[in-house]
Design a protein around this ligand. Structure first.
Ligand code: ADP
Length: 257
């Protein structure tokens, strides 16, 4: 049994604060308990501390005060156990490597044998609908397909926690909505995987999330925690319901405070 098998809180923050050496209070007194299998979005304007929280969860930045545990251990330990994966707005694919080699890079770095790498890579590409593009080069892919490949690379390690920082921010609206739907399908197929998702887009947050953390700046803090009590699977019709409008309004109101 691993150290993470017994914990039900995937991420625990207690009075978490981060003050940068120049005195900026990026995050103040954040209390948050994130459970297994949640899809939690962080919404807020630039500068409200979303990236700082992500950096602390991944162990790239240390809190100045408070407690932060990821699956019952320190963020660095959780990262070493390959329990965390990231997807950023920039696709960060290596231009000289095939899609399959890009997707399996995390496994290659860990010394996983070639045959297993290929199987796992093909499984991840299947999940994002890019199975036939395994041998293609990144330049042959559209923006949406590059993002799918980045998501496949994150999924290849079967992470328990997937952090996504504005992943669809650079895509056109139609591609964005398609990928939102596909992401929910991937999340549902990977039962137990927790997704933490940063977005500026209130509609995107409401469509995707089980809960939304609304953040406000100066200093960065949690202004509201809003549940989205709408069952999955969700499809496009959800976007036109009165419940959707009601939750969008609550998030927008909380952002004003
Ligand atoms: P967000 O991701 O919501 O835009 P950030 O976490 O990037 O917010 O930033 C929160 C606050 O901390 C901002 O005021 C930002 O200018 C400041 N900040 C971020 N990184 C640093 C740093 N390395 N040194 C000093 N201040 C920083």
């Amino acid at each position: 049994m691993t150290a993470t098998a017994e914990v039900s809180e995937w991420v625990r923050m207690e009075r978490l604060s981060k003050i940068y050496p120049n005195g900026t209070v990026a995050v103040r007194d954040v209390n948050l308990s994130i459970r297994e299998g949640e899809f939690l979005s962080f919404v807020g304007p630039s500068g409200c501390g979303k990236s700082t929280i992500f950096k602390m969860i991944t162990g790239l930045s240390a809190p100045t005060e408070g407690t932060l545990e990821v699956m019952g251990v320190s963020p660095k330990q959780a990262r070493k156990q390959s329990d965390i994966a990231f997807v950023f707005q920039e696709h960060t694919l290596l231009p000289w490597s095939s899609v399959l080699d890009n997707v399996t890079l995390p496994l290659a770095l860990r010394g996983v044998p070639r045959k297993e790498r290929r199987e796992e890579g093909e499984r991840a590409l299947e999940l994002v609908g890019l199975r036939e593009y395994a041998k293609a080069m990144p330049r042959q892919l559209s923006g949406g397909m590059k993002m799918r490949a980045s998501i496949a690379r994150a999924l290849v390690s079967k992470p328990k926690l997937l952090l996504m920082d504005e992943p669809f921010g650079a895509l056109d609206e139609i591609t964005r909505q398609t990928l939102q739907f596909e992401l929910l399908e991937i999340w549902r197929k990977n039962a137990g995987m927790t997704v933490l998702f940063v977005t500026h887009n209130v509609f995107e947050a409401v469509f995707l999330s089980t809960r939304i953390v609304v953040m406000t700046p100066s200093p960065g803090k949690v202004a509201a925690m809003i549940e989205v009590p709408v069952p999955f699977p969700r499809d496009e019709t959800f976007r036109t319901t009165s419940e959707f409008g009601r939750i969008v309004r609550s998030v927008s109101d909380a952002l004003k405070h």
